[in-house]
Design a protein around this ligand. Structure first.
Ligand code: URA
Length: 210
């Protein structure tokens, strides 16, 4: 597994405001959206392209276009939904699938309650969206499902990661073609599974509810 922490002043600025408890839901959603687009720029660095011939108004030249099959973007419900627009802004031709996963707050185990995506992901590049890589359970389960369906290149875009979650992903996804792109690897995970200093519950902060 590859880990890429995006080091950019705009990313740090937006992340700081997201962390601030005084930031309201509307501002949080807008900043998360902007931050995802910045992360998406890095996350798509290896998106597959093919060479094409085109004519400009004055000459013929060659360029590149995204190749087929189209990339698949999979937000993990609920909080990953708040990252979808920011991602497809840069990948408007991507197909979108959905994975509904919930974490049991006592056992911290992830389970799937909804799946909507192609059965066969052979040869597909997949971008999974989940704001918080905390214990790693949800992302590992989601990525294992994608790989089971044949995905051969998976990038997880997360706003924040905990070192514990990164270690779990490295252990459980060893040898798989997975990249994690994040704005920060924070200090640690507390006993309730929250990232410290983190930003609290991403879903609650986005949607203003529990
Ligand atoms: N999920 C969240 O929303 N926040 C955390 O800190 C950890 C998991």
């Amino acid at each position: 597994m590859r880990l890429h922490v995006v080091d950019h002043p705009l990313v740090a600025h937006k992340l700081t405001t997201l962390r601030d408890r005084r930031t309201d839901s509307a501002t949080f959603r807008r900043l998360a959206d902007e931050l995802v687009t910045l992360l998406a720029y890095e996350a798509t660095r290896d998106v597959r392209t093919e060479q094409v011939d085109i004519s400009t108004p004055v000459a013929q030249t060659t360029g590149v276009k995204l190749s087929h099959p189209r990339p698949l973007v999979v937000p993990i419900l609920r909080a990953g939904l708040g990252m979808l627009d920011g991602m497809v802004r840069l990948l408007p031709t991507a197909e979108v699938g959905f994975l509904g996963m919930i974490r049991n707050e006592e056992t911290l185990q992830a389970s799937t309650y909804a799946t909507r995506m192609p059965e066969d992901l052979s040869g597909r590049q997949v971008y999974v969206l989940d704001p918080m890589l905390a214990t790693g359970g949800t992302l590992v389960a989601a990525i294992q499902e994608l790989i089971k369906r044949g995905a051969d290149d998976v990038t997880a875009v997360v706003l924040l990661a905990a070192p514990e979650g990164v270690a779990v992903m490295e252990r459980d996804l060893a040898g798989t073609p997975v990249t994690v792109v994040t704005a920060s690897v924070d200090e640690h995970l507390n006993e309730h599974g929250y990232i410290i200093p983190g930003l609290g519950d991403a879903g609650d902060r986005m949607y203003g509810s529990a």
